[in-house]
Design a binder for this molecule. Structure first.
Ligand code: HMH
Length: 207
């Protein structure tokens, strides 16, 4: 089982994770500002949770995977600066309650360290691949949102996702059948959390 096999085996789930009226609104400019602001604040909190979760994956990683995971940690720290810089001119406070949908996703990431390494790596890759595919669907984006579309569609980000995919491919190739099943389950959970995250940003509700 490879990362591409996972995508091919769950096309409908992946579509829901990466296609959404929120993203259509980013593309054509019809996205309500309120939904965008809700997404921005909650995504900041998501990345706040992802960074330490990824640090645990790095701690468990084999030697060939260390560079891509470590570079990703630096990238996530940069991304937090970037979110803070975007929140300020919009008058957005980042000091708000974390939405239950975001909290559940972060709790899942925090729990990854209990899983076999192949499942940890699969989840990290799926999470970033989802953003690459989702924002690509919104490309080039209406002027108001273009900078955000560019952030997750630039070649550097696509290369990072490819790096994670290579690590995931190796981990899955080494994994036992039961570890592979756990990895597939983690993939499905990430896709569900991604779909729920867009719903949360779009409608504001849904726990
Ligand atoms: C919800 N998924 C979500 N937010 C993100 N920033 C990423 C994935 C990619 O880092």
């Amino acid at each position: 089982m490879s990362p591409e096999d996972l995508l091919a085996r769950h096309p409908e789930l992946w579509r829901r994770a990466t296609r959404h009226p929120f993203l259509d609104g980013v593309r054509d400019g019809s996205l309500p500002e309120e939904a965008f602001r809700r997404w921005l604040v909650q995504d900041y909190h998501f990345v706040r949770g992802l960074l330490p979760a990824q640090a645990y994956v790095l701690a468990a990683s084999p030697r060939p995977d260390q560079r891509v995971l470590a570079s990703g940690l630096v990238g996530l720290a940069d991304e937090l600066d970037w979110f803070e810089q975007h929140a300020r001119p919009r008058g957005l406070s980042l000091d708000v309650a974390v939405h239950p949908t975001c909290r559940a996703y972060v709790d899942f990431l925090r729990g990854l360290r209990e899983l076999p390494y192949a499942a940890q790596m699969t989840a990290l890759w799926a999470c970033e691949r989802a953003y690459l595919d989702a924002w690509t669907s919104a490309s080039p984006g209406a002027p108001a949102f273009r900078e955000f579309v560019e952030h997750w569609t630039q070649p550097g980000f696509a290369q990072y996702v490819a790096g994670l995919e290579a690590c995931t491919g190796r981990a899955l190739a080494w994994a036992s059948p039961s570890e592979q099943a756990t990895a597939e389950q983690a993939f499905r959970q990430v896709a569900e959390y991604e779909a729920a995250f867009w719903d949360m940003a779009w409608r504001g509700g849904g726990a």
